[in-house]
Design a binder for this molecule. Structure first.
Ligand code: MLT
Ligand code: ZN
Length: 462
């Protein structure tokens, strides 16, 4: 039966569209952090939406589950197959074209496998901005960005991927193509069905194309790094920045002194300002002039009232890139330090300082010797509260400690990385039974045979 399916898929896709050799499939079988190894039956690489539909129908007829995959840059193992050797990875990476850019209507349409950076560049060429920015943008695909409702560093101004999706084209579990790739800003004609496929990690349907919202490209950008005495001071700085820079504020990132310690020790990266216990990297963009003056005034006010201890505003684009490099290399520095447990949590923005204090106490008491690498998107309440383990420490117990604190603040155990296979069990524990039941109702309605990405978001078999 498996051999029959492989030949059937080869007939649909042609020689460049199917991989069945173990060596060829290796990079599709495991996530990039190598935490979730799997073994696919084969990797289908369709070149069109019609081919996706044919692949779905063939797999369904053969009873082989499908695991959709984009750039495979996720952090929760949502795009890799299980170890059964029976699942088909459906890679969208050959469907990689920008379909159209409309600089007046401010939209970009693209295939699901289009790399985020390619779409950003296409928007920039038209003088517009696709305002999704994340570390993996050179390999992440738009389909993956949409299917995981990706976040990143610009959420404070532009929202998560969901806020930018105007239209989608999807293939359902029975192979039906649903073309909702409309460019409309307003569309209240019935249920907003595209929402079913945003952030649901390929468990309800396969995104094959997307229309995203663009914004005018700001002519002026300011990027500043500040050291601050505490998370509460960082929050006060956020309030000041909102006051002084208004809605031009596009990034507001918090980083701990320990994050910078890792940067220095492992990557020889140091900040161009006096160190503090915490750091903030902020960015603002505007087309009208006066932004830099406003940022300078805000920085002066923060230094004056003690909210900030030191600070610098980038003078050039190259300096701005250097400041961002500090933020972007934290994960790398952490990986070189040793084994860590990642926690991608969110709490109400005003509760971040209290959350950090409570979580630190929980770790000090419950896991002495562990080191907390806390950093993230303070502007939207999302903290990467990563814990570097001391030798012999139990990662799962630390997970529970941190997520119990998250629960006290009515927060989320996955702010932007999704559930994938990594947090399926925890989701069941942490979300109310009524919410899980509703999620199951949706899954059963759209994919009654648990054929699309089984075992992701919800447990396999329901
Ligand atoms: C980031 O914002 O850098 C990533 O989402 C964090 C991570 O790798 O944990
Ligand atoms: Zn992040």
């Amino acid at each position: 039966m498996s051999a029959d399916l492989v030949s059937r898929l080869a007939a649909i896709l042609g020689p460049s569209g199917l991989l069945a050799d173990e060596a060829d499939m290796a990079s599709y079988a495991i996530d990039w952090r190598r935490l979730f190894p799997g073994r696919p039956l084969c990797v289908a690489r369709p070149a069109s939406t019609a081919e996706v539909s044919e692949v779905v129908k063939a797999c369904r007829a053969a009873g082989a589950a499908i695991v959709p995959q984009g750039g495979n840059t996720g952090l929760a193992g949502g795009a890799v197959p299980d170890a059964s050797g029976g699942q088909v990875v459906l890679s969208l990476t050959r469907m990689n074209k920008v379909r159209a850019v409309d600089p007046v209507g401010l939209t970009i349409s693209a295939d699901a496998g289009c790399i985020l950076k390619v779409a950003q560049d296409a928007a920039a060429e038209a003088g517009r901005l696709l305002p999704i920015s994340l570390a993996a943008e050179g390999s992440a695909t738009l389909g993956g960005v949409v299917s995981t409702n990706a976040g990143g560093v610009n959420v404070v101004r532009y929202g998560m991927a969901r806020a930018l999706v105007l239209g989608l084209e999807v293939v359902l579990a029975d192979g039906t193509i649903v073309d909702m790739a409309r460019q409309l800003r307003k569309d209240n004609a019935g249920y907003d069905l595209k929402q079913l496929f945003i952030g649901t990690e390929g468990t309800l349907g396969i995104v094959t194309g997307a229309v995203l919202r663009l914004v005018p490209r700001p002519r002026h950008t300011v990027t500043a790094l500040l050291s601050v005495p505490s998370p509460q001071a960082a929050l006060d700085l956020l309030a000041l920045a909102q006051e002084e820079l208004g809605d031009t504020l596009s990034a507001f990132e918090l980083m701990s002194g320990y994050s910078f310690d890792l940067l220095k020790r492992h990557l020889n990266l140091t900040p161009p300002i006096a160190s503090g216990d915490w750091f903030v990297l902020l960015e603002a963009g505007a087309s009208l002039s006066g932004l830099r003056e406003a940022a300078e005034a805000a920085l002066a006010a923060a230094l004056e009232n003690g909210t900030a201890l030191d600070g610098v505003i980038a003078e050039t684009g190259a300096q701005a890139t250097q400041l961002w490099a500090l933020r972007e290399h934290i994960t790398d520095g952490e990986a070189r330090e040793g084994k860590s447990m990642k926690h991608d949590v969110s709490v109400p923005i005003v509760d971040v300082p209290a959350f950090l204090e409570a979580a630190d106490i929980a770790i000090e008491n419950g896991a002495p010797g562990a080191k907390v690498n806390a950093f993230g998107h303070l502007g939207d309440g999302n903290i990467h509260y990563n814990v570097v383990l001391a030798p012999g420490q139990d990662g799962a117990a630390i997970n529970t400690l941190v997520h119990d604190v998250v629960a006290r603040f009515a927060g989320s155990i996955s702010a932007e990385h999704g559930i994938g296979q990594y947090r399926v069990d925890e989701l069941l524990l942490r979300r109310a039974p009524a919410e899980i039941a509703l999620a199951r109702t949706l899954k059963t309605a759209l994919d009654p045979d648990d054929f699309l990405n089984p075992g992701k978001v919800l447990p396999a078999g329901g």
